[in-house]
Design a protein around this ligand. Structure first.
Ligand code: GLN
Length: 536
């Protein structure tokens, strides 16, 4: 079968969950045996999100091949088996960069370069590059219909339907149907306006996903269908749910997958959703509870640690356990001390991060977990802070630090590698993407993974300084994961503790609800064990 395309747009408001909706559609189509891939088209001008503030934009998701991408790619990977790469996310900035480079090279032979056709052609080319290996490519357009920035993207997907020919493209529009408490009714006008704006630019949606608090009645669906010129069975309720993993099941119940197949003229067997049902059942009916403290800087915004929060949830699902994440501000921890803020936690996690602010609080958290035998999981910066704490507390290396936070430190236990020194441009010097890592026999890490070699994704500049490996090792810190050459420390663990592990990579990027990551699964297991061994 040649590749067919689904284009997903959004209207009325941002944050309606277009990424999750796209991912859930992918999951449903996969459950019917179709191969899927995704693409996110971001209308902003940054060339990629690598340099964007996670406060504003949410997490930067890192792909196997080292692209720094939109967090929606994380949803796509979590919900399906699709593996995202550089070509699965691009921005206006990237498109213009390419077109301008071609223009400078003289590729356009003296023509005037215009939005239509040059920018739109470049967009179309990138979308069509998805064709080939999959049955369905789901293309999500960022932003909302009506945004100035989004217009070239919408024009490009408008053209694509006729380029691709009949029944090879399907337009799905996600909109809002608000419920008015005062009058006790749902309102369809915002949806009508949003679809009108789409039709003005030549796109007639095939299917409407209506984000709402309550199931829409037949009458309301018929009204929306009439005003928006779609079939009544093409109006789908996208009701709010407790767990995001319910969305594929909800969409199926509403008949969305059947309708998509009808629009695209595809025959498949019935969907196999048992695994999703099991995940939702486990998420809804936990047998246990744990509280994990997450110590960080951006903690006020859950979006900036999206994959991490999900990976913890997956670890919980694997243990039939609800994971309560308590966000702890590392600067507050610095001021009030660990006893005031870290009491009663079943596990402590220090996630990745950049910059000096709050760093001492994170080091304190690692020391506290080590001394009180609380399961500790340090990820990237979290591993670096754990090593600093051991260097200071146990190796008597006063003022040990990472040269990122204290360039004058006498003991740079975390440092830039030689070839990086002198390179200061931001955004280009990081170790990015998946690297192999060999695990030390009989270590906690090798027991957890049940493997000798693994591949995990990185996003950092600094590394463990090999000059301190011996002195740290003598205090019980084992380097249990190394790059195959042995030059780079990828995992450390501290002996004489129930569960104290740090990794230089970001395992959260590879965790899925149907396949929880082993490190998160085992961290939650250890937290649970810690909880049940403590007096109530
Ligand atoms: N700032 C640290 C480094 O660059 C850690 C980065 C991270 O946690 N992702 O090495």
């Amino acid at each position: 079968m040649h590749t067919k395309f689904i284009f997903i747009t959004g209207g009325v408001l941002s944050s309606l969950g277009k990424g999750l909706a796209s991912a859930s559609i992918g999951a449903l189509l996969e459950s019917r045996g179709l191969r899927v891939t995704f693409q996110k088209l971001d209308p902003y001008i940054n060339v990629d999100p690598g340099t964007m503030n996670p406060f504003q934009h949410g997490e930067v998701f890192v792909t196997e091949d080292g692209a720094e991408t939109d967090l929606d790619l994380g949803h796509y990977e979590r919900f399906t088996h699709a593996v995202m790469s550089k070509k699965n996310n691009f921005t206006t900035g990237k498109v213009y960069e390419t077109v301008i480079r071609k223009e400078r090279r003289g590729d356009y032979l003296g023509k005037t370069i215009q939005v239509i056709p040059h920018i739109t052609d470049e967009i179309k080319q990138r979308v069509l590059a998805l064709a080939g290996e999959v049955d369905i490519a789901l293309v999500e357009i960022g932003g909302t219909v009506g945004d100035i920035e989004g217009q070239p993207f919408l024009e490009a997907i408008r053209q694509l339907k006729s380029d691709l020919g009949g029944r090879n493209a399907c337009y799905i529009h996600l909109t809002l149907v608000p419920y008015m408490k005062t009058s006790g009714e749902v309102k369809t006008k915002p949806t009508q306006h949003s679809v009108k704006a789409l039709r003005e630019i030549g796109i007639q949606p095939d299917i409407l996903l209506c984000r709402t608090e309550k199931f829409l009645s037949k009458e309301i669906k018929a009204k929306i269908a009439l005003f928006c010129n779609v079939d009544a069975d093409a109006v789908i309720t996208a009701k709010d749910v407790e767990s995001i993993y319910e969305v594929p099941l909800l969409f199926h119940q509403e008949g969305l997958d059947g309708k998509i197949l009808e629009v695209l003229n595809i025959w498949t067997g019935a969907p196999r959703l048992e695994k999703w049902e099991e995940v939702v059942h486990r998420a809804r009916n936990p047998k246990h509870d744990v509280t994990v403290g997450m110590v960080g800087k951006y903690v006020s915004l859950a979006e900036s640690y999206k994959s991490l929060n999900e990976a913890l949830t997956h670890g919980g699902i694997a243990n039939e356990c609800r994971v309560d994440i308590r966000f702890i501000d590392s600067e507050e921890l610095e001021q009030k001390g660990p006893d005031a803020l870290l009491g009663g936690l079943d596990g402590i996690l220090v996630p990745g991060g950049f910059g000096t602010r709050g760093i001492e609080g994170k080091i304190l958290a690692a020391s506290h977990a080590r001394k009180k035998e609380v399961p500790f999981f340090g990820i990237c910066l979290g591993m670096q802070t754990a090593i600093i704490s051991i260097a200071r507390d146990l190796c008597r290396l006063d003022r040990a630090n990472s040269s990122e936070f204290d360039p004058e430190t006498p003991y740079p236990v975390i440092d830039l590698m030689h070839e990086q020194v002198g390179v200061t441009a931001k955004g280009a010097t990081m170790r990015l993407g998946a690297y192999p890592c060999s695990l030390l026999k009989d270590s906690l890490a090798s027991r957890i993974y049940g493997a000798e070699e693994i591949r995990e994704r990185h996003r950092h500049r600094y590394e463990v300084n090999n000059a301190f490996r011996d002195v740290l090792g003598r205090q019980g810190l084992a380097a249990s994961g190394l790059s195959p050459s042995g030059d780079l420390v990828e995992i450390v663990e501290w002996k004489g503790h129930p569960w104290f592990l740090g990794c230089q990579f970001h395992p959260e990027f590879k965790s899925r609800p149907l396949d929880p990551h082993p490190l998160f699964r085992d961290f939650i297991r250890a937290a649970l064990e810690n909880r049940s061994s403590r007096p109530a």
